[in-house]
Design a protein around this ligand. Structure first.
Ligand code: NDP
Length: 391
């Protein structure tokens, strides 16, 4: 029996809180802490089991350490924002508590998607005897585990990996993002980048596309993006000759993105406005729909998976490992749409595998470095059934 401290009461935090509450045999006590306690309380009200809530500024290590010392969790699940990763890892080190997150650390002033800051904690976590699991969402997260599972059971060598992320959901709003708008727009407007023949190739933002026929969804246009799991997967599977990430965007989303970019609303540097400094993308976030409010509106499915090719016993092998998730079904179960759901379920499972010892290994790890089998077994059980098809 373990105590879990969930930090961040946004769309993903809501799912993690519901999902932890569904596993009382592992999570005996749950605390949800975030910057705005009212959001934690609203989430707690919708959960059948009583959970504790608290106000916390996760940028403040001292405050976080005090909360951890008071509640005494075995594991912290960080579903606040990537900016809080390092302060939360510092607090976990100081209190010797295991750590799980879903997105890599980003400095606020530059959209960099790199693991170097968090990998630098490895020795300190190993020495303290605690585990950090990085990127336990869907992508990164389940996609890393799909790749590791395919390698473990179906390939001697991986050669090519295409991670394909399709959101075929429709929320009926002219423009909205499915998770935190600031983080989402920083990611989408960054240069594309993929790994090929031992080096990284950069492309202008959203300049490369193709059509992929997704199971249960049909053909959709996908655009090449850089996504953080490419860095760790290329490092941990050195036989990969190419690794790319693709995501669907509707023409309507791209039209808005272009205009917002052209008028400067996606800038992440502060600008002077009426004697005050404002960051345009943060101001835009205040105007856009709260991703949590899209839950009741969104219809349709997501399909996210890994298209993997390589060799097994000297023969070429190609397979697609994927999950299909229905926005409406997620909302009916936990009150959130599928993007938050597909992130929150793996975050809970990461926390559960650390809490139960299956993934307890002192140090800082990406998901593909841990045994994929217990994760794959749990994924279907907790709401994200997966398929693997040979192509
Ligand atoms: P939201 O913006 O909806 O929620 C973020 C929450 O964190 C809010 O409740 C916010 O508080 C809280 N927060 C922000 N700053 C602090 C702070 N300093 N101290 C305490 N709490 C804070 O984001 P999402 O739920 O959509 O996303 C959560 C995380 O999940 C993000 O890091 C995102 O990148 C990641 N993600 C990962 C995915 C994956 O597949 N790996 C996919 C989607 C998201 P307040 O309510 O006051 O604003």
């Amino acid at each position: 029996m373990s105590k879990v401290l969930i930090i961040g009461a946004g769309g993903v935090g809501q799912v993690v809180a519901h999902k932890c509450a569904q596993v009382p045999e592992v999570f005996s006590d749950i605390m949800l802490a975030s910057r705005t306690q009212a959001r934690c309380d609203a989430i707690a009200k919708g959960i059948r089991r009583p959970i504790r809530t608290a106000r916390l500024d996760a940028d403040n290590v001292k405050e976080t350490v005090a909360l951890i010392r008071d509640f005494k969790p075995e594991v912290v699940i960080n579903v606040a924002l990537p900016y809080q990763d390092l302060t939360l890892m510092d607090a976990c080190l100081e209190t010797r508590v295991h750590y799980v997150d879903t997105a890599n650390y980003e400095p606020r002033d530059v959209a960099k998607f790199e693991y170097k800051w968090q990998w630098a904690y490895h020795e300190r976590f190993a020495k303290a005897g605690i585990t950090a699991v990085l990127g336990s969402g869907f992508d990164p997260g389940a996609t890393n585990v799909f790749t590791a599972w395919a390698k473990k059971h179906h390939f001697d060598e991986l050669h090519e990996l295409d991670i394909l992320d399709c959101n075929a959901g429709d929320h009926g709003k002219p423009f909205a993002t499915n998770f935190n708008p600031e983080i989402n727009l920083r990611e989408v407007t960054a240069k594309g980048r993929y790994f090929e023949a031992g080096r990284w190739v950069e492309t202008p933002p959203l300049s490369e596309s193709m059509t992929y026929d997704f199971p249960e969804v049909g053909p959709r246009k996908v655009y090449l993006l850089y996504h953080e799991e490419l860095e760790s997967l290329a490092k941990h599977f050195p036989s990969l000759k190419r690794a790319r990430f693709w995501m669907t965007f509707s023409d309507n989303y791209l039209k808005h993105l272009e205009v917002l970019g052209n008028v400067g609303m996606l800038r992440i540097d502060p600008v002077e406005f009426q004697g005050q400094k404002i960051v345009p993308i943060q101001f835009l976030k205040a105007l856009l729909p709260d991703p949590a409010s899209l839950g009741p509106l969104t219809r349709g499915k997501t399909c996210i998976g890994c298209l993997i090719s390589g060799v097994k016993a000297g023969k070429p092998q190609r397979m697609f490992v994927y999950n299909v998730c229905d926005h409406r079904a997620c909302y009916e179960e936990v009150g959130s749409q599928a993007i938050s759901y597909t992130t929150g379920v793996p975050a809970m499972i990461g926390g559960l595998l650390v809490a139960t010892g299956a993934w307890r290994k002192p140090g800082v790890y990406n998901m593909e470095q841990l045994d994929p089998d217990p994760f794959m077994e749990r994924l279907g059980k907790h709401g994200l059934p997966w398929q693997a098809v040979n192509l």
